[in-house]
Design a protein around this ligand. Sequence first.
Ligand SMILES: [Zn+2]
Length: 237
Amino acid sequence: MSLTTDVTATLAVLRAHVADLHAELTRNGLVAWTAGNVSARVPGQDLMVIKPSGVSYDDLSAETMVVTDLHGVLVEGDRAPSSDTAAHAYVYRHLPEVGGVVHTHSTYATAWAARGEAIPCVLTMIADEFGGDIPVGPFALIGDESIGEGIVATLRSSRSKAVLMQNHGPFTVGKDARAAVKAAVLLEDVARTVHVARQLGDTIPIAQSHVDSLYDRYQNVYGQQPATTPSTLGSSS
Ligand SMILES: [Zn+2]
C-alpha cells in the first residue's frame, strides 16, 4: 500500500502519541512485563497504529510502533504487531465511533473478570464514566475473531466504555486513544474501590434515574473539549 504525504504526516504524529500513551499504563500500574497495549485508529483511513509484539515499554518509540490495516495486516513497521491486534482491528471495523482501544490485565479489573462478575454501579464515578454496571464479556480464546466479537457484542449492549473479558481482563475504548487510556485507568481505580468496599459489607446501588443524569451531565457538559485532531495529538498532557 502506498500512502499519501498527508497520511504519512498524520501517522508520524500518531505513532509518537500512541508510543507515549503506553507510559501511562506503566505509570498507573496497569501492566506487568509487556502485557498491555494501546492502539489508535488513523482518522479517515482503514488503518490503525498499535504496539509491536513483545517489545518492552522502555523501548517503545514512534519508530517501533507499527501500522496495520483494519484486518491486522502490517502496512508500516519492522516488527510484528501485538498479539491482540485482531481484537483491536475487529473493534474498529464494527464500532465506527471508536478511535482508540486499550487492553490490559490490570489487577483489580482482572480479578472481577476472573469471577465473571460485572462491577456494579455503586459510585458516582462509575455512573459518570461508564454509565452503569461495567459488563463482563464472554470467555474467548486468542487466535480468531472471538475476542473481538465478544468485546463488540458486550459494548453494544451497554453504555460502558469498558468490558471485562471473562477469565482474561479488560478492554476499554474511547473516541481516541487517550480517552481509551483514561477509561482503563479509571476502570482499575473503581474496580479496586468497589473490591475494598465489599470487604466490609454490602454496597449501595445508585438509582437508575441518578445514574442516567450523572452520565448525561458528565458526557455532555463536564470537561467538554473540542474533538482531538492530529495536529493537537502531541500536545495532550
Ligand atoms: Zn490479554
